[in-house]
Design a protein around this ligand. Structure first.
Ligand SMILES: C[S@@+](CC[C@H](N)C(=O)[O-])C[C@H]1O[C@@H](n2cnc3c(N)ncnc32)[C@H](O)[C@@H]1O
Length: 274
């Protein structure tokens, strides 16, 4: 009996050592506690306050049909909150410890079926399938991301905690005020369709549009009449006035269709890209 024991001793010692080191490693991982202001690749970590997270998701009108991507997802709070609303949500975060923490937080919140996280650089990530982008970065990082964001599908909603996109003015702004200590403003942009250029109106005439983000201006030429055009885009929805006429329509790639009205009459219009 005692000889069997002594033969097994080395095995017992190895197993014990493995168990202790495994438990120690797990404890180390679970004990990882981020601190506010800790360095990040391009931006330090500061968490968005929970009520602003909810306000940002409200502003973007997140539904279970959405695919939400948080750029620089920190401890995962925005992704987890979006997943709790039934959306599929994904966090891109450069710091692997934060990604591991986010995954644990998602398990705790019971949303691992909807919430995923990846350790990656936002500038090297494919975000083209997002329907909602959330972010809390910095003004210069927002500007650097701007071309990528403007190339997203028209209608994609982008919400930013506190930082703007300079001359691409926000479509909506909300401040959570008294219930929030710091960084309490959310901005919303809706990616506009691209309409800059000349369009032919089959009923006769040409529509020349100049586009600055969601703002449009230009000219509507029909026969000898020239009318200046001003209007705006909200995703694929276009509205503009030319003289007494108000045009409302939907942009679908190289075609626009909609209704045109004055105080006295209503009709339909179409335009095709020249
Ligand atoms: C201000 S925190 C915001 C965290 C989270 N989105 C929130 O609102 O609570 C910015 C996060 O971006 C991460 N980050 C910075 N540069 C990054 C990059 N190039 N790619 C991915 N993540 C980055 C930081 O590690 C940090 O967690």
């Amino acid at each position: 009996m005692s000889r069997t024991y002594s033969k097994r001793w080395p095995l017992v010692v190895v197993l014990l050592a493995l168990a202790i080191s495994g438990a120690y490693a797990q404890e180390q991982e679970e004990e990882y506690k981020p601190f506010i202001g800790q360095p990040g690749k391009d931006v330090v970590w500061v968490p968005t306050e929970e009520n602003l997270v909810e306000k940002m998701l409200d502003l973007a009108e997140v539904t279970p049909g959405d695919y939400v991507i948080d750029l620089g997802s920190g401890d995962g709070r925005t992704v987890i909150a979006a997943a709790k609303r039934g959306a599929v949500a994904h966090g891109i975060e450069f710091n692997p410890d934060m990604v591991a923490l986010s995954k644990r937080n998602a398990v705790e919140a019971g949303v691992t079926d909807k919430a995923t996280f990846v350790t990656a650089d936002i500038f090297e990530s494919d975000i083209s399938t997002a329907t909602v982008i959330t972010m809390f970065l910095l003004p210069d990082i927002n500007l650097k991301l701007r071309p990528m964001l403007l190339d997203l599908k028209p209608g994609t909603r982008i919400v930013s905690n506190s930082f703007t996109m300079q001359d691409w003015k926000a479509d909506e702004t909300v401040n959570v005020g008294a219930d929030c200590q710091t960084w309490c403003t959310a901005y919303l942009w809706i990616v506009p369709a691209k309409v800059d250029g000349t369009w032919t109106i089959p009923q006769g005439g040409e529509l020349m549009l100049m586009q600055e983000f969601q703002k449009i201006s230009g000219e509507l030429n029909s026969g000898n009449t020239r009318q200046s055009v001003t209007g705006k885009l909200r995703g694929n929805e276009i509205t503009f006035t030319a003289g007494n006429y108000t045009y409302k329509g939907t942009v679908n790639g190289t075609r626009m269709t909609g209704t045109v009205s004055t105080e006295k009459s209503n009709g339909s219009w179409t335009a095709s890209r020249k």
